[in-house]
Ligand binder design. Structure first.
Ligand SMILES: Nc1nc2c(ncn2[C@@H]2O[C@H](COP(=O)(O)OP(=O)(O)O)[C@@H](O)[C@H]2O)c(=O)[nH]1
Ligand SMILES: [Mg+2]
Length: 449
């Protein structure tokens, strides 16, 4: 018999309502020690029950919900108490439950029990966490797809194909005639190659997937006073960074984000790149260079047409000319803007004004196009989880071994690498993950989840 666990499932703090969740064989009994329904008949499953919380000196009106096993989130008997969302009150109710036989749930323990009881697989539990942590429409949609089993479906299909492979190999091992062995080897090679192709298609979504989950990292770079901080403010739509006409105003890096086309963009404003004796500014410039190196995209800002450029350590750069509301040279250019062969403006991807907002929306669109693979954004499956990516790489390596050696090695050896691939895939859904791995994953979940 498993222990009955409980936790506050709503955020710690003050709010209208707090929900306390209890799961385990004694959930109903333990809840009944502090919660008394006004209507004393047997609690009806999955129906709100109005009643009173009463223990020691504490009383409150509350709603109780009873989900008998197996039709609950965890697959066990679950009771949820909806009480008033006071910080003190919810702690007091939690403590009362602990004193009356429940134990405090560990991080992710409700989800872990749900997985162990077959209510969902591990990738779906991870999907729930992604839904909770989503910070943009695209990351929310990716999280829900995972939660509804998109990854599970893909993994199980590949595992089924590998099972077919295993069956072939076992038949050949049981009837060791040369012909069968040859046919088996070719078939195993073909199936492996087919699955490698599937895995590669999924791995190709990983970069965009991680950007969608974590946000796209964009860095503003350029000389002092070209308008980087002003551009940050223009992109955000409010004045976050300090803007002055004094060169070297921005010294530390500054990070803020906005959502565009459902994707979150993390924008970093940096200290202008120049030689300086100022220790603080110089430390800021070192930081700026680190940010430039690791960014998904760099926006190189200039405010003069013919200024030389510094080579930046990043392959993805948008060159922009700012201050087109003032720049004398640019005025001439915009007058001649029909001349598409203008050599000077050709050096820039886009001309903007942080001050008037001209072309800022186009800049946002350009940033989007230069980072997000729009073909992938709505694909059924997008890899957003580094653990899944790592498992797929391992499965792939085992399949490459299998395919390469299919015709030259023994069936026993093939059986081993096929099994390795099968197990690596199973770690994604949790079916082949050992207890240590499972505990590690759920330890990253939040309390009460
Ligand atoms: N006219 C005009 N002035 C701008 C524009 N963008 C920035 N500035 C001015 O340029 C100066 C430097 O701007 P700031 O954003 O601090 O530049 P940073 O040093 O690159 O961060 C400030 O006086 C801004 O008001 C623009 O598009 N047009
Ligand atoms: Mg600045």
């Amino acid at each position: 018999m498993s222990k009955t666990i409980c936790a506050i499932s709503t955020p710690i703090g003050t709010g209208g309502v707090a929900i306390i969740r209890i799961s385990g064989d004694n959930a109903l009994e333990i809840a009944g020690r502090i919660f008394v329904p006004f209507n004393k008949s047997t609690p009806e499953p999955r129906r709100a029950i109005f009643g009173k919380i009463a223990f020691d000196e504490v009383t409150d009106d509350a709603l109780g919900l009873y989900f008998p096993a197996p039709h609950s989130f965890t697959g066990e008997d679950v009771v949820e108490l909806q009480i008033h969302g006071g910080f003190y009150l919810s702690q007091a109710v939690l403590n009362a439950l602990l004193e009356r036989g429940a134990v405090l749930a560990e991080r992710g323990e409700f989800s872990k029990r749900a997985v162990l009881n077959g209510k969902m697989d591990m990738s779906q539990a991870e999907g729930i966490i992604d839904v909770i942590n989503a910070n943009s429409l695209a990351s929310l949609r990716a999280g829900s797809r995972l939660m509804y089993g998109s990854m599970r479906e893909v993994v199980e299909k590949m595992q089924d194909e590998l099972t077919e492979c295993m069956v072939e190999v076992n038949v050949a091992l049981d009837y060791p005639e040369h012909d069968i062995e040859y046919i088996t080897a070719t078939k195993v090679r073909d199936i492996s190659q087919k699955i490698i192709g599937d895995i590669d298609r999924h791995l190709a979504t990983a970069k965009t997937g991680l950007q969608i989950k974590n946000g796209v990292n964009v860095v503003l770079a350029g000389n002092p006073n070209v308008g980087k901080s002003s551009l940050l403010n223009a992109l955000l739509g409010y004045n976050r960074a300090i803007v002055t006409d004094i060169a070297g105003t921005t010294r530390d890096t500054l990070n803020e984000s906005y959502e565009y086309n459902g994707v979150r963009f993390n924008i970093t404003d940096t200290a202008g790149l120049r030689d300086t004796d100022d220790i603080v500014e110089s430390a800021g410039i070192t930081r700026a260079r680190d940010e430039i190196r690791s960014a998904d995209l760099v926006i190189y800002v200039q405010d003069k047409l013919n200024e030389p450029r510094e080579a930046l350590d990043n392959a993805n750069i948008i060159y922009i000319l700012n201050k087109i509301d003032t720049n004398k040279a640019t005025e001439k250019i915009t007058q001649n803007s029909k001349n598409t062969n203008n050599l000077q403006t050709e050096k820039f991807d886009i001309l903007v004004s942080a001050k008037t907002g001209e072309n800022i929306d186009n800049l946002k669109q350009l940033i989007f196009e230069r980072t997000i693979d729009t073909n992938l954004i709505n694909s059924d499956i997008m890899l957003t989880n580094t653990r899944h990516i790592e498992c797929l790489h391992r499965a792939r390596a085992a399949l490459v071994d299998t395919a390469q050696n299919a015709e030259s090695t023994t069936l026993d050896c093939l059986a081993v690498t096929i099994m390795q691939a099968w197990e690596a895939l199973g770690e994604i859904t949790g079916t082949t993950a050992n207890e240590h791995i499972i505990n590690e994953i759920f330890a990253k979940f939040c309390l009460g989840k």
